[in-house]
Design a protein around this ligand. Structure first.
Ligand code: ZN
Ligand code: ZN
Length: 357
């Protein structure tokens, strides 16, 4: 899988002669090849694309990068030199760069070394990455199925006496065991009063009966992320726990019902938020309804009160409202959905009625 052509196809509309990709995520999106951190640079021109890397990656890049010429760095021939050669070869005057990813120091160095204008152009990549093609969707669904298998197994293992950390460790093991390449992010496992921390770190807290356990986790398959959250009760659920769970579930379903291409992120968020507010918990849902998911776990577009732009067809976003009562409990339920012209398709298959283990 690679997207060199797609990127090249957008250069003219952005008044660019070429696009420089230095960040890990966009480099992977362009080439389908993953090299860590700053260990690679891709250059997309109208006629041709390049993948520059060092000798540690040349053989692997040769196997995986298609649609680009691979050139290797060497002593006295760093990325700036290789780029300068290509810039001259193609007469590049306006070179797009990833202003949302490039370090200030690197920008200064490139500005000094390259004889062309550097133009901020992260939006070109983000707009393309929003809309998933079939191969990308297949990878995301595969990642989602792996996470769901891990969930099924972990539900057998959650009982009073186990710790948050043990559950998080098992989830990681299970996802790798079922075929994940890596985690999308470190799993969040929070229990009881810790549940009010939306991004809490799993600790040594021992789970007890009558508590919620919230698990937010995902894995990477063929370079693409999954993301899901389930909140389950252990032993029993008090009347308050059940009531709050049902409010969050109703809000999540309302947001999903409102989600489709052409509707703004703000409207989707509002559909869910209004349910939580009407139930009197508006002050306890601090984050937004959803975020884009893809090569990165958080990417465009957002279903948030701040986004009044229309959501594009083919975008995959999370649907994850929550209620967090400080020092008491928290509930979040998260699926990922694919936006279509007349609604959305839920890519998450795991049940979400309240489970009491
Ligand atoms: Zn999540
Ligand atoms: Zn999420």
């Amino acid at each position: 899988m690679n997207h060199f052509q797609k990127i090249a196809g957008q250069l003219e509309a952005h008044h660019l002669d070429a696009m420089l990709l230095t960040g890990e995520a966009n480099r992977f999106y362009a080439s389908g090849f993953h090299s860590a951190g700053t260990d690679g640079v891709a250059l997309v021109t109208h006629r041709k694309s390049y993948y520059f890397t060092d000798s540690r990656y040349t053989e692997a890049a040769g196997r995986h990068v298609q649609g680009a010429e691979i050139r290797e760095t060497g002593p006295g021939r760093g990325y700036a030199v290789l780029l300068s050669e290509a810039i001259q070869e193609h007469g590049i005057r306006r070179l797009g760069f990833e202003d949302a990813y490039m370090a200030v120091r690197d920008h200064a160095a490139y500005e000094k070394a390259l004889k062309c204008e550097l133009v901020p152009a992260t939006d070109l990549l983000w707009a393309l990455r929003c809309v998933k093609d079939k191969e990308e969707l297949d990878a995301m669904v595969a990642a989602q199925r792996i996470a769901e298998k891990a969930l099924e197994q972990i539900l057998e293992e959650i009982r009073p006496g186990v710790t948050e950390k043990e559950i998080a460790a098992r989830l990681q093991y299970l996802m790798l065991h079922f075929g994940a390449e890596n985690m999308s992010f470190d799993p969040i496992v929070v229990s009881g009063p810790n549940g009010s921390l939306p991004h809490g770190v799993p600790g040594d807290r021992v789970i007890q009966g009558g508590e919620f356990v919230t698990m937010d986790f995902g894995c990477i398959c063929r370079g693409y992320c999954s993301d899901m959250t389930r909140t389950v009760a252990v032993g029993f659920a008090t009347e308050e726990m059940q009531r709050i769970y049902q409010i969050v579930l109703a809000a999540q379903k309302a947001g999903i019902a409102a989600a489709r291409a052409g509707v703004s992120g703000k409207e989707v968020d509002a559909a869910a938020r209004s349910i939580i507010s009407a139930a009197g918990y508006g002050g306890y849902f601090g984050h937004s309804f959803g975020h884009g998911v893809g090569v990165e776990i958080h990417e465009a577009p957002n279903a948030s009160p701040m986004n009044d732009k229309a959501l594009p067809e083919g975008a995959v976003i999370s649907a994850e409202p929550g209620i967090y009562l400080p020092g008491k409990l928290g509930v979040r339920i998260e699926d990922v959905i694919l936006l279509t012209g007349d609604g959305c398709k839920n890519l998450t298959k795991a049940p979400k009625e309240l489970i009491i283990l």
